[in-house]
Design a protein around this ligand. Structure first.
Ligand code: S3P
Ligand code: PEP
Length: 430
């Protein structure tokens, strides 16, 4: 499917509630499945990725009643999971695959995990290697580094693992495995990645120790079913935060957006460069802060330089931050972001190739990009490459371009934000 997005010259205006947080929605289903009792989930994100997680857990014998954004998961503990009769297909979802590996590593049965062409290119050794060291048997393409993967779980032994990458997916997989292991498992990472798993472990009654970028968990703890209220996804809100900041005369309210500090780096960047947003009606539920973000057009923006510990807090927002940088006078720099190369696409390469088609001036570096700003973008035909974040970033670029932009394979947005184009046209209508 192709979607044409027209330049917006009158401003984005109105209020929307962005859909539920993708990271928290996946975890809510997983935690519900391994807890004892009935977990209810409000604000679940019914997007392609999260529905893959639901389908995988149903294939593992878990009863899940789904009614749009409201879910009921009947958990019977880790022991309630049963050997799947079918292949577990995670589609496009890296979170589903990596976290499932951690859960299944300790189960005494066989499972085969597959995904789409993008998943088959994403590195899995970062999870499979430490899980094998804990006792699981995992094999797959290229010596077990890539999906499809075949796994046989075992009684695991605890591990102390220093992850070379700051990745919530690696950390979460090892915490799920650690919960099933004998002894205490510790995971550390170079910088703190999103901590939704740690927050949810606390909410489900599990004790863990956290110290800077180290997390330790003792095996054998049981989880008690909970009621989970999923906040809106800051990664989805980011497209409208940037769009409203850039398009003159914009004033937008984004209701109930999750603002967990390990995740909301985009808000800090916007504040530092002169963006105009405020957070109202802040609330803390299940360890996850959320609030209504009021954002409006900002005329004077300064270029930015993002690196190091900031990167994990805004990793999925970099495509839209690159669009933002094309409009700021001066040079913006993104570094220490080599992880972008192993997302749904190589997001350094695809962001540069597609924005260049609209006239942007961006230079690729080893671990990021240098964006020469102050460019008036022009119209054109661009490709999502099947990457949801890229499709939505390109739609934001179209709003500030001189002519219309046609986005090819725009249905990629269904992975995380199926109502994206509906929300865009609602905010764009006068
Ligand atoms: O744990 C999660 O829910 C996620 C972690 C991040 O990936 P990494 O763990 O690979 O950094 C992020 O890019 C992804 O969209 C979701
Ligand atoms: C990288 C992403 O997700 P995942 O790793 O779950 O595919 C994303 O949503 O941008």
């Amino acid at each position: 499917m192709n979607q044409t997005v027209y330049p917006n010259c009158h401003g984005l205006r109105g209020a929307i509630t962005v859909p539920g947080d993708k990271s928290i929605s996946h975890r809510a289903v997983m935690f519900g499945a391994i807890a004892e009792g009935v977990t209810t989930i409000e604000g679940f994100l019914p997007s392609e990725d999260c529905l893959r997680t639901v389908a995988c857990f149903r294939a593992l014998g878990v009863e899940i009643v789904e009614d749009g954004c409201h879910l009921r998961v009947v958990g019977k503990g880790f022991a309630g999971l049963t050997e799947p009769m079918e292949v577990l297909d995670v589609g496009n979802s890296g979170t589903t695959l990596r976290l499932l590996l951690g859960i299944l590593a300790g189960r005494p049965f066989h499972a085969t995990l597959v995904g789409d062409a993008s998943i088959a290119r994403r590195p899995m050794a970062r999870v499979t290697r430490p899980l094998k060291e804990m006792g699981a048997t995992i094999d797959g393409r290229k010596d077990g580094q890539y999906a499809p993967l075949a796994l046989r779980g075992r009684q695991l032994t605890a591990h102390t693992y220093a992850s070379p990458v700051a990745s919530a997916q690696v950390k979460s997989a090892l915490l799920f495995a650690g919960l099933q292991a004998e002894g205490t498992t510790t995971v550390s990472e170079p910088y703190v990645s999103r901590d939704h798993t740690e927050q949810m472990l606390n909410a489900f009654g599990v004790e863990l120790q956290r110290n800077d970028s180290h997390v330790s968990i003792s095996g054998g703890q049981a989880l008690q079913a909970q009621s989970i209220n999923v906040p809106g996804d800051i990664s989805s809100a980011a497209f409208f935060l940037v769009a409203a900041t850039l398009v003159p005369n914009s004033e937008v309210i984004l209701n109930n957006v999750g603002v967990n500090p390990t995740r909301a780096g985009v808000l800090n960047v916007l504040k530092e460069i002169g963006g105009e947003w405020t957070l109202k009606d802040e609330q803390l539920l299940g360890g996850e802060p959320r609030g209504n973000i009021h954002v409006r057009h900002a005329a004077q923006l300064k270029p930015f330089h993002i690196s190091g510990e900031q990167i994990p807090t805004l990793i999925d927002e970099i495509p839209v931050l690159a669009v933002l940088a094309t409009q700021i006078e001066g040079t913006s720099v993104i570094c220490d972001a080599a992880e972008l190369k192993v997302k749904e696409t190589n997001r350094i390469a695809t962001v540069i190739s597609e924005l260049t088609k609209l006239g942007a001036r961006i230079e690729e570096t080893e671990d990021g990009m240098i964006i020469y700003g102050g460019t008036r973008l022009h119209g054109g035909i661009v490709q999502s490459h099947g990457d949801h974040r890229l499709a939505m970033a390109l739609a934001v670029a179209a709003l500030i371009a001189k002519e219309e932009v046609m986005i090819e394979d725009s249905e990629a947005v269904d992975v995380s934000y199926p109502s994206f184009f509906t929300h865009l046209s609602r905010l764009s209508s006068r």
